[in-house]
Design a protein around this ligand. Sequence first.
Ligand code: HXC
Ligand code: NAP
Length: 283
Amino acid sequence: MFQPDLLKGRAIFLTGGGTGLGRSMALHFAKLGARLFLIGRREEPLKKTCEEIHRDGGAAAYTACDVRDYDAVETAMTTAENHWGEIDTLVNNAAGNFMARTETLSPNAFQAVVSIVLNGTFHCTQAFARRRIAKKLGGNVLNISTTYAAANCGSGYVVPSACAKAGVLAMTASLAVEWAKYHIRVNAIAPGPFPTEGAWSRLMPSQQFEEYALNKHPMKRFGKHDELTNLAAFLISDMAEYINGECVVIDGGQWLRGAGEFNDLAMIPDAAWEQLEAARPKK
Ligand code: HXC
Ligand code: NAP
């Protein structure tokens, strides 16, 4: 579906690009011709992802940077520009999360997640957009959110993440309008469950729970990384020029499964339906 040069000429600053979905997006965007600049706190995974991209003939560079630190983000953005020239696209993918009963959280635990997800997204977005606005160049911002923020429903046991990601969505919608005059588009993706070491190690309590989650999923499967990377490539590409302020859910219908009052009827087998229907009083 995509031309191999869909993102040719583009330079993308991608946070959390060394692991999980960030790594998958980096590899995919590079295959479509983009030059990548990856950041994260740990150097090792960033280096590995860049080496993979280089082996495939792509262009990528990195620097270690903590998105919670505005000065460090500014420095990383300048390093990226020195490396690739103008950076035209920002993907805010870095995140922190864990499951916990909210009444047990310390203030620092709440702060740890919110400062990565919400403050970090703001730091990168502002550092990126200030440069683009000053030079009268447009740009693209893509924020990686979650379904429990997109659906405005929240979620127990991940309250710092739910609060922070909801803030990211508010930022997405607000800036899409405020910065449209600068030709900066701001969109988001709300992924459902996509297996990654980072998410699974922190949010999947047991094998049994994983089976339960799979069984409850309308499609009986989790997401594949290329399904998400295709959507991300489309949204940042020129093909999506008129999509602005949108949050696209990609979860196989998972959050809707929890929302519809009668969706639990899915557990009734066809044979039982036939019995129920046969027993229904006829006029
Ligand atoms: C309760 C916890 C905790 C836990 C940490 N804390 N883990 N509290 N339950 N499981 C508390 C600590 O005790 C400490 O508080 C405070 O949080 C900060 O912890 P640190 O370890 O010092 O923080 P830091 O090194 O900054 O690490 C941040 C982190 C960590 C968020 C805690 O998990 C991290 O680095 N995560 C990055 C990657 C990640 O989370 N990936 C998953 C993204 S998946 P005190 O008071 O003791 O100092 C995702 C999608 C979800 O977001 C949807 C999936 C379907
Ligand atoms: P992941 O591999 O743990 O990705 C998180 C990345 O963020 C890591 O590379 C991490 O690298 C980086 N990071 C964390 N704190 C940082 C900081 N302070 N500064 C800079 N980088 C930081 O998990 P993932 O599953 O791929 O998640 C990627 C994105 O998808 C996140 O936004 C997440 O909320 C979202 N998401 C994932 C799922 C899913 O099912 N996987 C579902 C919904 C949404 P360092 O540790 O080296 O810093």
